[in-house]
Write a protein that binds this ligand. Structure first.
Ligand code: SF4
Length: 382
């Protein structure tokens, strides 16, 4: 089972955020209730607004995407490139899609149908909760061209789910994953590290159980203390202590390696930075970094280099060979990896070579003769 996705195979995703459509839950880390009011429901006005915006936005995205390659009417362009382009998906993010009123779901999904018929959009993805998946819901999604469902799982440990007030169980996740696999959907799973009641052992347990669910991809998010959440109150009353950035990176490295070795792509590490998130005061505390994924992979490359350096060095000049996609990972944030490696191992210089043939996530070090090769697959767990 190997599902590492080449960038050319990754879908081109057009996200549509539906945060104002409300959610009756109050997970301790989520600030949705402070934004929308805990009992907010979709208003007819808000849905019309989203739908009016939708078609125009998606058509514009498609034109921009195709224009550099093809000229002429959009439909001709699409026919000409059929089979060659990345899959184009509209994604409804920002709430629990299948928890919304059925009429609202149908209205939103229907607004995309003419784009699917024209071939502008290949499919739709939605994100939702595990306890909002049942056979009728999946039937509705399938009928409207939804092919991918992302489940906010967060943890597979009951006590962590309870402490985080998720309102669903690990058993709900098992059932939902079974229904989604059985229904032929692509399954994505989101998990979090650093939730209340969680620790390294429990997080490892979550990762192992998620691997057994055989998802098509995962996203991993460190828990942040956001303004207006229960977690903020707990943080101020010393009931909750967030992970440090270093702790979050260590946990995510472990999870990343396990998923990688199971052939499950990790398509996101850390929250996407956004103007809202970076507004002063929005993040009260916690391991936020605007390029968290890069910090994690750079740290893995530092570990890989240190692992190989444990062998005897013949010269104080080192050559490192990586895939072009890993150039910034071996360098680290602001070249930190290189300066730390030089200092730690008394090196005069580290020369980096990029090699198109080198697999992503692997490192060769040459010191006189070839030192050895290590990769995400072979690096021993620390
Ligand atoms: S279910 Fe999702 S949207 Fe609703 S409160 Fe929890 S995290 Fe927020």
């Amino acid at each position: 089972m190997t599902r590492n996705i080449k960038s050319s195979q990754r879908p081109f995703i057009m996200p549509i955020f539906v945060p104002h459509l409300g959610c009756p839950h109050q997970c301790v880390f989520c600030n949705q209730s402070s934004i929308t009011g805990s009992n907010s429901k979709a208003s007819p006005g808000s849905i019309t607004e989203i739908i009016n915006d939708l078609s125009e936005k998606v058509t514009l995205h498609c034109s921009e995407l195709l224009f550099p390659v093809f000229q002429g009417p959009l439909n001709d362009q699409l026919r000409a490139q059929r089979g060659r382009a990345r899959r184009r998906e509209v994604a409804f993010y920002g709430g629990s899609f299948t928890g919304m009123d059925k009429k609202v779901q149908i209205q939103l999904l229907s607004a995309i149908q003419h784009l699917i018929r024209k071939g502008l959009i290949d499919s739709i993805r939605v994100s939702t909760r595990p306890d909002y998946i049942d056979p009728q819901t999946l039937h509705l999604l399938r009928e409207h061209g939804v092919k991918t469902v992302e489940l906010g799982v967060q943890s597979m440990v009951e006590e962590v789910l309870r402490c985080s007030r998720r309102g669903h169980t690990a058993e709900d996740v098992l059932k939902a994953a079974g229904l989604l696999h059985g229904g032929g959907f692509e399954l994505g799973i989101q998990i979090m590290v650093g939730l209340p009641g969680d620790d390294a052992l429990r997080n490892g347990h979550t990762v192992d159980r998620v691997i057994r669910l055989n998802p098509h991809f995962v996203r991993i998010y460190p828990t942040l203390v956001l303004k207006g959440t229960h977690l903020e109150k707990w943080y101020h009353s010393d009931r909750y202590t967030p992970l440090s950035l270093k702790e979050a990176v260590e946990l995510c490295k472990r999870a990343f390696l396990k998923f990688h070795r199971a052939g499950i792509p990790v398509i996101r590490l850390g929250l996407q930075s956004s103007p809202e998130l970076e507004t002063k005061g929005c993040i009260v505390a916690g391991p936020y970094h605007p390029a968290f994924g890069h910090v994690v992979e750079s740290s893995l490359f530092y570990d890989m280099a240190s692992h190989l350096m444990g062998k005897r060095l013949k010269s104080r000049i080192l050559r490192a060979k990586v895939s072009p996609s890993d150039l910034s990972n071996i360098r680290g944030q602001k070249n930190e990896n290189l300066s730390q490696l030089k200092q730690r191992f008394g090196l005069l210089d580290i020369q980096i070579e990029v090699d198109e043939e080198q697999p992503r996530g692997s490192l060769i070090l040459i010191n006189g003769t070839k030192l050895n090769e290590v990769s995400y697959r072979t690096l021993p767990f620390s």
